[in-house]
Design a protein around this ligand. Structure first.
Ligand code: NAG
Ligand code: NAG
Ligand code: NAG
Ligand code: NAG
Ligand code: NAG
Ligand code: NAG
Ligand code: NAG
Length: 473
């Protein structure tokens, strides 16, 4: 008896040792080890998904488990906050919401698997600044991970994964089999002090990360992946948000890697909430049919004071693209781009004043957007089909463009016309190939880039920790 017990223990130990020697990174899976992570705030209380009966077999739905866990831990919101640890395993779940002063930590080897069952997603009202769901009129499925009117909420991990299992949703979308707008992967509404970091996000049913009507947001160290032909899988879409930082993110997707938005036509104009004060740093994007960063197309609350620096795109349709249309109203202004590295592109510069896509016929065609003060400097691009495809709106020209120190190497079969500039004006300096007449050379000048910092950029992260509870082999 004693011998066989010892034998079992010995076998177990060998198992553990093998695990350690195979992949050093799995050590922290072992019980009793400390995991540390950077966060805007640490929490006094710690709980594990398994405390609430979670089942990580990848088959059993944990929707009620997540919902109960968050509900239970919300009792600590005003008492030091709580962190919910998702241990290694595959945790299938439908939609759940977060709470105040709360951290969702997804451990290394942990995967949150999004349910493909529509019944697991409550149907919610359209956003007021959109008036409609984005896939069609009427309601929308709540996001996989949601929250509204929250303060101090963190979704992070040791490179844990959230898998949206989007393929079935994409199929249904293409076949027009969906009654409501597809769920986003993460959507936080009317919230402030948000951190989303150190995660791998894959195959969202639609947009991946959607903070809306929110402020003081840090999004960093993310890997986001969806097939390049998947519909509307935008990476990160800050929408009517203020004071935002996005940095060190790698995105492969079927739509824009980052799309800065602020509501749609008459609904967005009425709501009137801009996206402003934002920095994007060290973004790498692959998106053959879309932009690295799109401004719009929904921009009816306005977009201003946006900086992007040290950004790279590979095999992407365009770089920092402006998308708008009559009916959108508002403005896109004070946009600053510094140090852009591009490899294999259709267009380096692309502005579209006739994007179309209206929520309904009730939009005002006389609501013309003002596009002014758009600065690009220090751009290197290789294997490019066309340098600039830049159109404004008839009777509403885009103004104040500045292009400096831009070197564009063309592809083997470039377009004959390298610059097509209509209803647009500005200046340039040191741009190859030579620009259109709309951007006359202004001698040796540098386009502007602000010297001050976006407030959220000075936030120092604290070192938080917890001790792992379970030994999972
Ligand atoms: C949930 O909170 C209550 C206190 O309100 C506590 O007694 C209970 O143990 C908690 N449930 C779990 C599963 O931790
Ligand atoms: C999540 O919050 C939304 C409001 O943002 C609400 O409509 C929905 O019912 C909530 N979901 C759950 C499971 O409580
Ligand atoms: C978060 O990601 C950064 C960059 O990859 C890394 O330096 C840091 O160690 C990560 N932290 C955790 C807790 O995973
Ligand atoms: C995180 O994991 C993914 C695979 O799931 C990997 O591609 C990526 O490089 C990892 N990121 C970090 C920072 O370790
Ligand atoms: C022009 O841009 C390149 C690439 O960013 C940079 O290396 C170079 O220093 C810039 N030149 C000037 C004069 O700023
Ligand atoms: C140039 O752009 C305008 C307006 O965007 C468009 O109508 C025209 O067809 C374009 N010309 C060429 C040659 O692509
Ligand atoms: C163009 O150059 C002139 C003279 O160097 C300068 O005063 C002016 O500000 C420049 N224009 C822009 C838009 O930078």
């Amino acid at each position: 008896m004693a011998i066989s017990t010892n034998f079992t223990v010995a076998l177990l130990l060998i198992g553990v040792l093998q695990l350690i020697s195979f992949t050093e990174c799995r050590i922290h899976v072992l019980s009793g080890s400390e995991v540390t992570y950077p966060a805007i705030n640490c929490r006094k209380h710690t709980a594990f998904l398994t405390d609430f009966g979670g089942n990580g077999d990848g088959q059993t739905s944990n929707t009620a488990v997540f919902q109960n866990a968050v509900k239970n831990l919300s009792q600590f919101a005003d008492n030091g906050g709580a962190q919910l640890i998702v241990p290694p395993g595959k945790w299938l779940t439908g939609s759940f919401n977060l709470t105040n002063h709360f951290t969702l930590f997804i451990q290394f080897g942990a995967v949150i698997l999004a349910s493909q069952d529509e019944a697991e997603y409550p149907v919610v009202e359209p956003l007021p600044s959109y008036g409609h769901g984005r896939d069609g009129p009427g309601g929308r499925f709540n996001s996989l991970i949601g929250g509204s009117h929250l303060t101090d909420v963190i979704i992070t991990g040791y490179n844990g994964t959230i898998d949206g299992q989007g393929s079935l949703w994409w199929k249904k979308f293409h076949k027009k089999k969906l009654k409501y707008t597809r769920p986003y992967l993460i959507e936080l509404i009317y919230s402030n002090q948000i951190q989303i970091s150190n995660l791998t996000l894959i195959d969202s049913p639609s947009w991946f990360v959607h903070p809306v009507y929110s402020s003081d947001i840090i999004i960093q160290d993310l890997t986001i992946r969806a097939p390049v032909d998947s519909p509307n899988t935008d990476g990160i879409n800050p929408d009517s948000c203020k004071n935002v930082k996005i940095q060190d993110v790698f995105i492969v997707s079927g739509d824009d890697c980052v799309a800065i938005k602020s509501g749609w036509d008459e609904y967005g104009i009425k709501f009137g909430m801009p996206t402003e004060q934002m920095i994007i740093r060290r973004l790498t994007c692959i998106s053959p049919d879309s932009a690295m960063i799109a401004l719009g197309s929904e921009m009816s609350g306005g977009i201003k004071n946006i900086r992007a620096e040290d950004i790279s795109a590979i095999n992407t349709e365009s770089a920092v693209r402006i998308k708008t249309a009559p009916g959108r109203g508002a403005y896109i202004t004070d946009i600053f781009v510094d140090r852009m590295n591009l490899q294999t592109m259709k267009y380096v510069f692309w502005t579209t004043g006739s994007y179309g896509q209206h929520p309904d016929p009730g939009y005002d065609p006389n609501a013309l957007p003002k596009v002014d003060g758009i600065n690009y400097r220090n751009v290197v691009a290789k294997d490019v089909k066309m340098a600039g495809n830049m159109g404004g709106i008839d009777g509403d020209p885009f103004t104040g463009f500045c292009l400096s120190n831009v070197t564009i190497g063309l592809s083997e079969k470039p377009k004959k016309l390298q610059w097509n500039c209509t209803e647009i004006s500005g200046v340039s300096s040191n741009v190859t190939p030579q620009t259109c007449d709309a951007f006359p050379d202004n001698g040796s000048m540098e386009c502007e880039y602000p010297l001050d910092t976006v407030p959220v950029d000075t936030v120092e992260l604290k070192t938080c920790s917890f001790t792992t509870a379970n030994l999972i082999l």
